[in-house]
Design a protein around this ligand. Sequence first.
Ligand code: 4AD
Ligand code: MG
Length: 430
Amino acid sequence: MKTTVQLLKNHIDEEVKIGAWLANKRSSGKIAFLQLRDGTGFVQGVVVKSEVEESVWNDAKSVTQESSLYVTGTVQKDDRSPTGVELVVSKIEVIHEAVDYPITPKEHGTEFLMDNRHLWLRSKKQHAIMRIRNEIIRATYEFFNKEGFSKIDPPILTGSSAEGTTTLFHTRYFDEDAYLSQSGQLYMEAAAMAFGRVFSFGPTFRAEKSKTRRHLIEFWMIEPEMAFVEHDESLEIQEQYVSYLAKSVLENCKIELNTLGRDLSMLEKIQAPFPRISYDDAIKLLKEKGFDDIEWGEDFGAPHETAIAESFDMPVFITNYPKDIKAFYMKPDPEREDVVLCADLIAPEGYGEIIGGSQRIDDLELMKKRYEEHDLSPEAYEWYLQLRKYGSVPHSGFGLGLERTVAWLSGIEHIREAIPFPRLLNRLYP
Ligand code: 4AD
Ligand code: MG
């Protein structure tokens, strides 16, 4: 019977056939161990010389790394294997022989691996990270559907900017100027007025000249937007969502977390509610920790975020930032005009900001004033203004950066491994 590696556990003691690639191999004079992968998982194939035809033994000895094969064998329970089974091989058919596969089990430099990203994706660690990414996406749809959100897709080509003009990717739209979306938020606000609770999931682009372990040029964002929801309620939804992601990854990616050597206790701790600290108190905390380089009114850099996060063993919300360092659409705190009703969620272990969110301005006159202050073209943003004209309601939303979340939950060093084909400064290949 033909099956996949993932389903082998349902076929104990049966004879099965799988299509697979040879990831690695060890052999002695009498026995060969084939590390087989088919994309759904990894399994060890055992070839015993005395129990197979000579041609099968010869193939097992000579088959090269990343050759594609059909392998027939009997599934056996094996408690030492991560998948719980191994395959006792009776037959090997070589479909295609790979010659001189460039990525060998030895150590390679990052640039070399990045140049070979199309092949590097096949390796065990990269495979585990992408499966965790897949689980986060799956759990996202599950969570928001369960909570009554509709998925709405904002456009990617836009005529306006959502997050400031310095990081815009410019392109032409026939005779007009256009930009790649930095965030779907403004459109999601329109969608929330039509569907109440909405979320989007799509690629976003920032022409950021930063080369850090947290920045991509092209990244994927999940952007929920909710009508009749104020700031505090939005934070509750955020912490429930992030806790749900951690729980789903823990439950459904055991093999992958194990492959990555992830400290599971760090993930088990992630349970709502999350601590909250105001921007004012965060500044005080930094001063106490000896940071003399930051003053009230300045934005935090990565070292500041990491220092704040170290004081908590869970993700922490930093709330109510100064209005002048945040986006034009954020609602001022009714008790204090100099700060806005916003929060960034900072992940533990130095992974930085994974969510940025806020309550939005719902007052037409105040929004018009912000347009003037921020020099926004009234024509390009007329539609956005109209949302405050026809049945305006309090509403809030947020954006979760998928790759930062993948990097954090997987426990990997660098964000470039959290997306299949990273777009980085100076990297558009492959
Ligand atoms: O904080 P940001 O810029 O917020 C927005 O875009 C809002 N319009 C979202 C909303 O309210 N709907 O970005 C949101 C998140 C960040 O917290 C971070 O996780 C991620 O997107 N992010 C990046 N991830 C990778 N590379 C980059 N260059 C990123 N910039 C932001
Ligand atoms: Mg932000």
